[in-house]
Design a protein around this ligand. Structure first.
Ligand SMILES: Cc1cc2nc3c(=O)[nH]c(=O)nc-3n(C[C@H](O)[C@H](O)[C@H](O)COP(=O)(O)O)c2cc1C
Length: 367
């Protein structure tokens, strides 16, 4: 029998026992030596909090807005492909769970359910994540469909001109089982992953389809296609954050794709401060990668993120109990955030600032 599930790691353990080992490796792996995957966690663990006391810890409203959309807490769900590998109801259950938690969900281009079916099931706001294909009209058609279906923003992923080499997937010859399809591509006949390839079927699919010649022109092209706000996901360099703003991004997501793309890049929490400085309030900055505790959310907000996205923990919830599991994971992270803020002496999201992380011994005394 499962022991009581009281934190995201309990969900991880319980999910592992339910998911096929090759799918589990796909969910969990990072690229090459997984240095960045580990760094996303260790960098959070290294940061110390310097709480203040007697600050009235009675408040518990953690609601905020992202691009004008109200959400119950600054914790969204990151886009993740192939969710029916985690649970038979896949993206549908993810959308119900995120909506029940009062937050926004980013739906992957590579979903195993069509974007229309996800929208029909959803109980909350949806954003659509886009990979731009070599055949641009295929991506343009997805944008139009996302608009019609009521998605509120597009999330352009820019850190994956090629899919990072996840060696566990190579060893496993990771492919989608035949009953699972990339449902957004049924109308153009691209719904099947090629199962005849030697290594990772996902890597082969991406090499064949993703446009690896993209430049900032792609962002202009996308903005010309749609009135939806465009969020750029996969920013680490402050220079790129500034370029994203100049090319009209409505927000940037500081992300290293959960350590799954270029191994050896910084943890996202290390990259965040310079990005926040470069953006200088001109658009929202969000962060994903390694968020496992409410204190991680506190640290990201203290360093200037408006909100964070969680990836794998939401999948663990999905695998354990479908929409209910997603809701539970999001609720427990929100409860941890609530508790952490109260104990930090920071009654509101706006009061989470860099002083919370500042070692008083290293701060020069004021004259
Ligand atoms: C199984 C899996 C599938 C993913 N699929 C996508 C995807 O289709 N598009 C995308 O932009 N990011 C994708 N990502 C990256 C996530 O959006 C996010 O950046 C990352 O998972 C955050 O790190 P975390 O899992 O440590 O929370 C995927 C991540 C995982 C774990």
């Amino acid at each position: 029998m499962d022991r009581e599930l009281i934190n995201v790691y309990d969900y991880e353990r319980s999910a592992r026992a339910r998911v096929d080992p090759s799918a589990w490796d796909y969910f969990m792996s990072g690229a090459w030596d997984e240095i960045t995957l580990r760094a996303n966690r260790t960098a959070f663990d290294r940061i110390r909090l310097w709480p203040r006391v007697l600050m009235d810890a009675s408040a518990s409203d953690r609601a905020t807005t992202v691009l004008g959309t109200p959400i119950a807490a600054p914790i969204l769900v990151a886009p993740m492909a192939y969710q029916m590998l985690a649970h038979p109801e896949g993206e549908l259950a993810m959308a119900r769970g995120a909506g029940a938690a009062g937050t926004a969900l980013v739906v992957s281009t590579l979903a195993t359910t069509s974007l229309e079916d996800v929208a029909a099931a959803a109980a909350g706001p949806l954003w659509f994540q886009l990979y731009i294909f070599k055949e641009r009209q295929v991506s343009a058609a997805l944008v139009r469909r996302a608009e019609v279906a009521g998605y509120r923003a597009l999330v352009l992923t820019v850190d994956a001109p090629r899919i990072g080499r996840r060696e566990r997937d190579e060893h496993n010859h990771f492919v989608l089982p035949p009953h699972l399809l990339m449902r957004n591509f049924v109308d153009v006949g691209l719904e099947h992953m090629d199962v005849s390839v030697a290594g990772s079927g996902l890597a082969a699919h991406a090499t064949a389809r993703f446009d690896d010649a993209l430049t900032w022109e792609a962002l202009e092209w996308l903005r010309g296609l749609t009135r939806l706000p465009v969020i750029v996901k996969g920013i680490l360099a402050p220079e790129d954050a500034a370029l994203a703003v100049e090319h009209g991004a409505a927000a940037v997501i500081v992300s290293n794709h959960g350590g799954r793309q270029l191994d050896g890049v910084p943890a996202t929490i290390e990259a965040l401060p310079a990005v926040v400085r470069a953006v200088a309030g001109r658009c929202d900055v969000y962060l994903d990668g390694g968020i496992r505790r409410g204190t991680d959310v506190v640290k990201a907000l203290a360093l200037g993120a408006r909100a964070v996205l969680v990836g794998r923990p939401a999948l663990w919830g999905l695998a354990v109990a479908g929409d209910e599991g997603v809701l539970q994971v999001l609720n427990l992270l929100r409860a941890e955030l609530d508790m952490a803020m109260a104990l930090c002496g920071r009654p509101t999201l706006a009061s989470l600032d860099a002083e919370l992380l500042q070692d008083p011994a290293t701060v020069p005394a004021h004259a």
